[in-house]
Ligand binder design. Structure first.
Ligand code: SME
Length: 152
């Protein structure tokens, strides 16, 4: 199974203390974006200090204008307040959606918890309609838990 194959690589990258935490997160984004054909943009957003907004901290794929996202806005901002995984099979069906690229058809956002608090999220955009499954959710939850370990 592809996800099981990549878990050890994610763990190894995140454990590499010769790199900064931000560089390790960027490398995980690159690993996912390069090896999963329907992961076209991969990024980590985190709560921006005490402000009710998310700030982009690491990504792979085309640069985005949306480096700051207010809580409640878009798919990312909704997950910042709902604390729930959000799978969007077709972004055109969403009213509260922030478009980063005309090619994006679907999106998945999984919250990242540290000591039970929702402090950030992994966000993946896809150019494929309805590509994400329960297996993606579980894989991304695993990655977020591993990232939380190096943030604590
Ligand atoms: N589409 C997201 C915005 C972030 S970009 O996908 C990189 C949203 O609706 O929150």
């Amino acid at each position: 199974m592809k996800f099981a194959t990549y878990k050890p690589q994610v763990t190894e990258i995140l454990a590499n203390e010769s790199l900064s935490v931000d560089d390790r997160m960027t490398k995980v984004c690159e690993l996912l974006q390069e090896n999963f054909e329907y992961y076209d943009w991969v990024g980590f957003y985190f709560k921006n200090g005490d402000k009710p907004e998310l700030k982009l901290r690491a990504f792979a794929g085309e640069p985005t204008d949306h480096t700051i996202i207010p809580f409640g806005k878009g798919i990312c901002g909704q997950v910042a307040v709902s604390n729930e995984n959000f799978l969007v099979p077709d972004v055109k069906a969403q009213d509260n959606y922030i478009s980063c690229s005309i090619y994006v058809k679907a999106e998945i956002v999984i919250p990242l918890f540290l000591n039970g608090e929702n402090i950030g999220q992994i966000d993946i955009d896809s150019h494929t309609v309805d590509p994400f499954t329960k297996e993606d959710e579980e894989f991304l939850e695993f990655i977020n838990a591993k990232v939380a370990e190096i943030l604590s």
